[in-house]
Ligand binder design. Sequence first.
Ligand code: ADP
Length: 266
Amino acid sequence: TSQVTTIRDAAPVLPQVKNIIAIASGKGGVGKSTTAVNLAVSLAKSGAKVGLIDADISGPSIPTMFNVEAEQPAVKKVGDKNIIVPIEQYGVKLMSIGFLTPVDSAVVWRGPMASSALKQFISDVEWGELDYLLIDLPPGTSDIHLTMVQTVPVTGAVIVTTPQKVALADANKGLSMFRQPQINVPILGVIENMAYFTPEELPDNKYYIFGKEGGKKLAEKYEVPFLGEIPIVQSIRESGDSGYPAVMKSGITQDSYMKLAEEIAR
Ligand code: ADP
């Protein structure tokens, strides 16, 4: 939009990045990171150049989900500046707070530290040319959200929620935060995760474990696009834990994530 262009012209941060997309949720545990990972890989599979910043300091799970937990990004000198080389896996360039802290350590990130880490991930990382830079935000509303919008021109935000009442209540807050004047990020749409469960032996049955169509109703209420739904699938959980994203394997789940990515790329 013209608004984005204006901000870009005024502050050319990451001029080689075409779209910066925030992935947000109200509540933790709704599958925000899982969705961010599978969307990033979907976009890369469709031929786009993609980066992903894990800004979820409360639980940086991106390194595990990409099976790069033990990796440490290289640092190189460009002029008198230290530039971090992102880790690349499954066609996605990655940067995570998890790469900077030892595995299993309980590092407490204070708000300002986390904010400066995010700033560093944006300006001191060799992202190069990208079609999409996804930012996996912490759940809820935080300093990080404010730091993000003050640092880069965010193209839009995707809200991930389950259909559950308590998740929706928080998603409502998250959505209205993006519309506050000091944040002011366009909402690209809502994704309903864990929408239903279908047992393998009863392929025609849908069980609405967390409630029905909550994400869809949220999108309607705020008059933003409903991007689609992802059911509860055991292999999505397993592939997250094993570091091999579900979208890498052909099947219904792959099709669903590819479709979601297509909606976002529009
Ligand atoms: P968040 O980033 O919102 O805290 P995660 O992405 O870490 O949530 O997901 C929480 C848990 O739910 C993880 O164990 C993940 O593997 C699992 N999960 C997420 N989405 C699905 C899904 N659609 N089906 C099955 N398990 C899922």
